[in-house]
Write a protein of this length. Structure first.
Length: 220
């Protein structure tokens, strides 16, 4: 069974998907982390997002795997645990440019399907219900107001000792939303048949319960 969750940055996808996967004993597949890992590697190598040839070489020469059961799943790139480095501001600001490239998306979508084959999976991203797993048993489009999403990001940053103003975060989120929803290749959009879930004002427990109930309905 596949539970597919799409939605914009900060809508609550990651924390909810991770917890639902832990509860169901499912594989947790964070596709955003994969796009972030490729971005990190390209930035380290000085490969521009417009250089398709060099990006193709990066895709061929990079191994991305997940280790550990949710909620403690880690992303490993070429043997290095990059779970923290992929969350830096630098990667966050550049990832929308790299993930829009055909050569990057083709390779990662193929890998995502391989990781999921034969498993119960909770998978989250931007094109999961529309492109990667359009036949997923449970499809969810998660949203929240931009103010709520900026608030959540501010708390996440504060936990790592970084202070950012809400205005700055709202502007960053809006820029990323715009890039992710207007790109030519697999833009973020609500898939046909996806259930819309607005998490503004919902607690994490309520979000987990909402999805677990949908999954249980399918399984029973
Ligand atoms: O969910 P996130 O913030 O970690 O995702 C990072 C970026 O990756 C986001 O700007 C959009 C992109 N992404 C994508 O294009 N397709 C996905 N399936 C997942 C993420």
């Amino acid at each position: 069974m596949i539970i597919a969750i799409d939605g914009p940055a900060g809508s609550g996808k990651s924390s909810t998907a991770r917890a639902v996967a832990a509860r169901l004993g499912a594989v947790y597949l964070d596709t955003g982390a994969m796009y972030r890992a490729v971005t990190l590697k390209a930035l380290r190598l000085g490969v521009a997002h417009t250089d398709d040839e060099a990006l193709a070489a990066v895709m061929r020469g990079t191994e991305i795997v997940f280790e550990g059961a949710p909620p403690d799943t880690r992303i490993i790139m070429d043997g290095e645990d990059v779970s923290r480095p992929v969350r830096t501001d630098e990667v966050t600001k550049s990832v929308s440019d790299y993930c829009a490239r055909d050569v990057v998306r083709r390779a990662l979508v193929e890998q995502q399907r391989k990781i999921a084959a034969g498993h119960t999976v909770v998978c989250e991203g931007r094109d999961i219900c529309t492109v990667v797993f359009p036949n997923a048993e449970v499809k969810i489009y998660m949203t929240a107001s931009v103010e709520e999403r900026a608030n959540r990001r501010q708390k996440d940053f504060a936990a790592t000792g970084i202070n950012k103003s809400l205005e700055e975060l709202i502007s960053e989120i809006e820029t990323r939303d715009r890039k992710d929803s207007t790109r030519a290749n697999s833009p973020l959009t609500k898939a046909e048949g996806a259930i819309e879930m607005d998490t503004t004002g919902m607690t994490l427990d309520e979000q987990i319960e909402f999805i677990a109930r949908l999954a249980n309905k399918y399984m029973s």
